[in-house]
Design a binder for this molecule. Structure first.
Ligand code: CP
Ligand code: NVA
Length: 307
């Protein structure tokens, strides 16, 4: 039988996502019940890019479930000397029970999954960051209750991996996901088109704005991410200029209204996409999001490796 992977949230049904989030909340409230859920299982964790949260939360998560994490830096493997991703996937599958990978191109994680005979979990690719977004919707459920239908999340910034994954999760959960971004960094119209039907079915809306003030009015959540993602460093100067009017600061939060919470996947570039005043304000739940990476990923690990 083909193993089940988590490369993006897209192919998962609404019920599967809701059930994963319910399971994540159960693991969070009674972690002691799951201390031997993955006894004897090993997770290979392959990183082509740096990480703090993903690495530590997966590593600690495996240990808390009774399993063993194995950190592998892409540079240290023969992968760094030209061994193919396909052969790496086939070899790792002979040793371990699951592979979590952080890669540049999304095609790399797809190639890993196509060749692995164990589940593959995306720990961030240029296209998507599903584990982050599960933790984020777990955090939003903690704020607003399990049923998120009609809640409004406004993402202010680059239409990147985190934005796309927020949309994939939002359309499963009936959440309205709006983005405010300068024209050149808005989502491709074909992306919006590709999610339109599913959004309609779940009562979610996916909207694009240029004006951040117009976008954030009445938002339940304002979310931002770095203007320059890993791998885009040479565009940093240009991005800093173009995104300057899109900073999430106290003025923008005031336009949104007092109900609005602030979210960021982290790491944050304080003083760029968000001010410290907002990141450290009572409205900010950024460290709850970071904590929920642990719980949400434990749910994913048990579902994919344990059953
Ligand atoms: N949010 C997130 O994935 O953080 P890391 O890059 O530290 O893993
Ligand atoms: N968009 C960011 C997310 C980091 C967690 C990046 O890809 O670098």
């Amino acid at each position: 039988m083909e193993p089940k992977h988590l490369l993006t949230l897209r192919p998962y049904s609404s019920d599967e996502i809701k059930s994963l989030l319910t399971f994540a909340a159960a693991i969070k409230s009674e972690p002691e019940k799951y201390t031997s859920a993955l006894t004897g299982k090993t997770l290979a964790m392959l990183f082509q890019k740096r990480s703090t949260r993903t690495r530590v939360s997966f590593e600690v998560g495996m240990l808390q479930l009774g399993g063993r994490p194995l950190f592998l830096s892409g540079d240290d493997l023969q992968l760094g000397r030209g061994e193919t991703i396909g052969d790496t996937a086939r070899v790792l599958s002979r040793y371990v029970d699951g592979i979590m990978a952080r890669v540049y191109g999304h095609d790399s994680i797809e190639e890993l999954a196509a060749n692995a005979t164990v589940p593959v979990i995306n720990g961030l690719s240029d296209w998507s960051h599903p584990c982050q977004i599960l933790a984020d919707y777990q955090t939003i459920q903690e704020l607003y209750g399990e049923d998120l239908t009609g809640r409004k999340l406004v993402y202010v910034g680059d239409a990147n991996n985190v934005y796309r994954s927020l949309v994939f999760g939002g359309i499963k959960l009936g959440v309205h996901v709006a983005i405010a971004a300068p024209a050149e960094f808005q989502p491709d119209p074909s992306f919006i088109e590709s999610v339109r039907d599913e959004a309609q079915r779940t009562g979610s809306r996916v909207e694009v704005f240029a004006d951040p003030q117009e976008a954030v009015t009445g938002a339940d959540v304002i979310y931002t991410d770095v203007w320059t993602s890993m791998g885009q460093e040479e565009e940093q100067e240009h991005r800093r200029k173009v995104f300057a009017p899109y900073q999430v600061n106290a003025k923008l939060m005031a336009v949104a209204g007092p109900q609005a919470k602030f979210m960021h996947c982290l790491p944050a570039h304080r003083g760029e996409e968000v001010t410290s005043e907002v990141a450290d304000s009572p409205a900010s739940v950024i460290f709850d999001q970071a904590e929920n990476r642990l719980h949400a990923q434990k749910a994913v690990l048990v579902r994919l490796l344990g059953e």
